[in-house]
Design a binder for this molecule. Structure first.
Ligand SMILES: [Zn+2]
Length: 479
């Protein structure tokens, strides 16, 4: 039996060892095992088999040999993949050639089809009775059909229960078993295909958008959020677009979650009507939507419990308070000072790199002690994140204070390359070594946070990229 021990996760190694000690070698060959991906934490992106019965290291052998991110778990790989241009040197040992770029596109299609959830990954023995394969799942969910990929993406990224994600996917594709659909499938055997609440035929469009009852719900929802009713969409795509009314990322997420709770509740209430003959009032349906949306947002960390009293009458106020409480919580990390850093990197339309760094340091009460923003010279986004880290580490360590500093960055790549020397990208090892040493000596720590909570540093970095020089504002009482 032939497999590369170095590139295989522990569980497979164990199973293969057991299999080798028995005589059932044929049934337990390496390729007979496939991962069912859930949270993506146990599965190695390249090396394990989780997509269509083949490891990606075999299917994309050239890309694998060029990858700077071998032996990385799927979930981590996806995080990084989302952050950078897929052809960037952050991922590859050298600039990719044209045919390799095509391969990257294919790889990207596979990645776009992956939906992670909170359950553990499951290793499946294919000859066994468990028929599920990732391949089946992905093809079932419409992967491979380009038209479906956009919808796939937005739905699977929502922080809502998986069964609701599947429901929304069906809704988007008009596949819900509404009466009009059943009627056409069952060739007129259905006695009545009318909506429970009005005499019209129950189609997906009718049930969720055209029915006067549905419109009443949407009208209430938009009023609750202080949005004009002309923004109410006429189907899921146009409805979805309404998230653009909000500029702040968390507000957008909470709004999307609320939209999910709304369509899901309309559907459950419809089922109550069809199967149990119970029709809830508009007020009851609205309360259910509020309740579901709040629960999902709490679970996703968009809202905090302390602010829920605001939710019922002022969702925006609830979000603002939640964000500020969460940010205060970030200062509660055991260090005397807390820093936020970010890098901004882009190419202008002439292909010139415009890069900047920015950040700030707060004390435990949230009082600003330092702010910096300025341009930097950098080859790629990761370099820029490094420049921001190096700046703050140098600045702080020169002060030679005897207090600790927690630095937050939203770059998974930066945090990982600092911790893991092997996967350092194209930054010189010596540089990392120096920064690490300084950080150790001066009690400086680095942690990753969500981009949503790093908005100030992000803004400073963007501003910084337009400055001539670095601008530093230090409070007189730095310590
Ligand atoms: Zn109706």
């Amino acid at each position: 039996m032939c497999f590369d021990k170095k590139h295989t996760s522990g569980i497979i190694k164990d199973i293969v060892e057991v299999a080798n000690s028995q005589s059932s070698k044929d049934l337990f060959k390496f390729y007979q095992f496939e991962w069912k991906v859930n949270n993506g934490c146990a599965v190695l992106f390249w090396e394990d088999i989780w997509y269509q019965g083949k490891s990606l290291m075999i299917s994309f052998s050239k890309l694998y040999s060029l990858s700077l991110w071998q032996n990385l778990e799927l979930s981590m790989f996806l995080d990084i993949w989302d952050c950078y241009d897929h052809t960037s040197l952050v991922f590859w040992k050298r600039k990719l050639r044209a045919w390799e770029l095509n391969q990257v596109d294919c790889l990207n299609e596979i990645i776009k089809g992956v939906s992670l959830n909170s359950r553990k990954d499951v290793l499946i023995w294919l000859p066994g009775k468990d028929k599920y394969t990732v391949k089946e799942g992905i093809s079932l969910m419409g992967f491979g059909n380009n038209a479906n990929i956009d919808s796939w993406n937005f739905i699977w990224k929502l922080k809502i229960p998986p069964k609701v994600q599947i429901f929304m996917w069906k809704l988007h594709h008009g596949m819900l078993p509404v009466k009009a659909l059943l009627q056409s499938r069952m060739r007129n055997s259905l006695a009545n295909q009318n909506c429970c609440r009005c005499p019209d035929s129950e189609t997906v469009l009718h049930l969720f958008w055209q029915c006067p009852f549905a419109f009443d719900i949407w009208k209430w929802l938009f009023e609750w959020w202080g949005l004009p009713s002309f923004r109410i969409g006429s189907d899921i795509s146009t409805m979805w677009d309404s998230y653009r009314c909000f500029r702040d990322r968390i507000t957008q997420e909470v709004w999307k979650t609320t939209l999910g709770a709304c369509v899901w509740t309309i559907w459950l209430e419809r089922n109550q009507g069809v199967f149990n003959n119970k029709l809830a009032s508009r007020e009851n349906v609205s309360s259910l939507i509020k309740h579901r949306a709040a629960q999902w947002c709490l679970a996703a960390g968009f809202l905090v419990k302390e602010t829920l009293a605001w939710w019922n009458f002022n969702p925006m106020g609830c979000i603002t308070r939640s964000i500020s409480l969460k940010k205060l919580d970030l200062l509660n990390n055991g260090c005397a000072l807390t820093g936020f850093i970010d890098g901004s990197w882009k190419l202008d339309n002439k292909g010139v790199i415009i890069a900047g760094i920015g950040g700030l340091i707060l004390n435990q009460e949230g009082k600003k002690k330092l702010e910096f923003a300025g341009p930097t010279i950098s080859l790629d986004p990761l370099h820029t994140e490094w420049a921001a880290l190096i700046f703050i580490v140098d600045y702080f360590s020169k002060k030679n204070l005897n207090i600790s500093l927690m630095i937050y960055s939203d770059s998974a790549l930066l945090v990982r390359s600092l911790i893991n020397f092997k996967n350092r990208g194209n930054i010189e090892e010596e540089l990392i070594f120096k920064v690490r040493k300084k950080m150790l000596r001066h009690n400086i720590f680095l942690k990753q946070i969500s981009r949503a909570y790093n908005d100030k540093a992000d803004l400073l970095a963007k501003l910084g990229s337009n400055y001539e020089d670095i601008k530093i504002q230090e409070a007189q009482d730095f310590v």
